[in-house]
Write a protein that binds this ligand. Structure first.
Ligand SMILES: [Cu+2]
Length: 287
């Protein structure tokens, strides 16, 4: 019995060392993170982990997390900030209230009174940047936090190519959009984004692939119609730094009408281009 225990201990030790071996000059710290259950554990660890850079091991009984990280690439604040953005408070960073509210019921741990020292983290939080000299790393973290931004930006570029009725450019932009879609790490999405993502990703890729495969603007516009509907659903649940305008043209799609998203309130119709450039109107402003 004793030998089995020792064997288990050795195996555990070895696997632990093997994981950490990937992280260079690993620094280890212990820090409290608030949470409840096993589901919290996986969310916390997934949010904190970055391959070869940071590893989080959270204990649901003690609420203590072991952070192992490469100090030349990240720091405790960055890890805790990512975890706060996934819904979990630490004594240093508080999760945004809306993200906390979206946690499954079993994960809604009791929040301690907001401490004076803890900072409330928001998606567009710039307060950290001022006293953080590692600019590159901060940018990296921010991209992860707002990783759907590349998807939306490439969609807008595709839309502009269709406004210009440029099938070659639209095909090229669709290729970039496809790359951006493939680069999204689902586990870094918020719960709400994740739900919509699962619903629309197959169709997003389908339409984007078809737009890429042709130079025929008419065919591209057919796919852009459904692509825009799905992008709209995704954008509705994703935090934006600037407003997006949801616009409608009643004549497009053989008179059935079609919508699209734009960063400008002024109408530039992607379904007709110069033929009917300003046909349409803004039907919703998404803040
Ligand atoms: Cu097609």
């Amino acid at each position: 019995m004793k030998s089995i225990k020792i064997l288990m201990a050795i195996t555990l030790l070895l696997s632990f060392t093997a994981c950490n071996a990937q992280i260079k000059n690993a620094k280890t710290e212990s820090v409290k993170i608030y949470g409840n259950c096993g589901m919290c554990e996986s969310t916390i660890e997934t949010a904190g982990n970055i391959k070869k850079v940071a590893q989080v091991d959270w204990n649901k009984d003690t609420k203590m997390a072991t952070l192992t990280y490469d100090p030349s690439k990240t720091n405790q604040d960055e890890i805790l900030k990512r975890i706060a953005l996934a819904g979990y408070d630490s004594d240093q960073f508080l999760a945004p209230d809306d993200v906390y509210a979206q946690l499954p019921e079993c994960c809604q741990y009791e929040r301690v009174k907001k401490s004076e020292t803890a900072k409330s983290v928001t998606i567009a939080d710039h307060s950290m940047h001022n006293h953080n000299t590692m600019t590159d790393k901060t940018t990296e973290t921010k991209q992860e936090v707002n990783q759907l931004k590349a998807v939306f930006d490439n969609y807008f570029a595709l839309k502009d190519a269709l406004v210009a009725s440029d099938g070659n450019l639209a095909s090229a932009k669709a290729k970039e959009l496809l790359n951006a879609l493939n680069a999204v790490q689902m586990n870094k999405l918020s719960n709400e984004e994740h739900t919509v993502w699962m619903k629309v990703i197959k169709d997003l890729k389908f339409d984007t692939e078809h737009i890429e495969e042709t130079k025929d603007v008419g065919h591209q516009r057919d796919h852009f119609n459904t692509l825009s509907d799905n992008m709209y659903q995704l954008l509705k649940v994703s935090k934006q730094e600037t407003p997006t305008y949801y616009q409608h043209c009643p004549m497009a799609n053989n008179g059935k009408g079609a919508n699209w998203l734009s960063k400008e309130n002024a109408v530039k119709n992607p379904y007709y281009g110069s033929q009917m450039l300003t046909c349409g109107k803004t039907v919703e402003t998404i803040e």
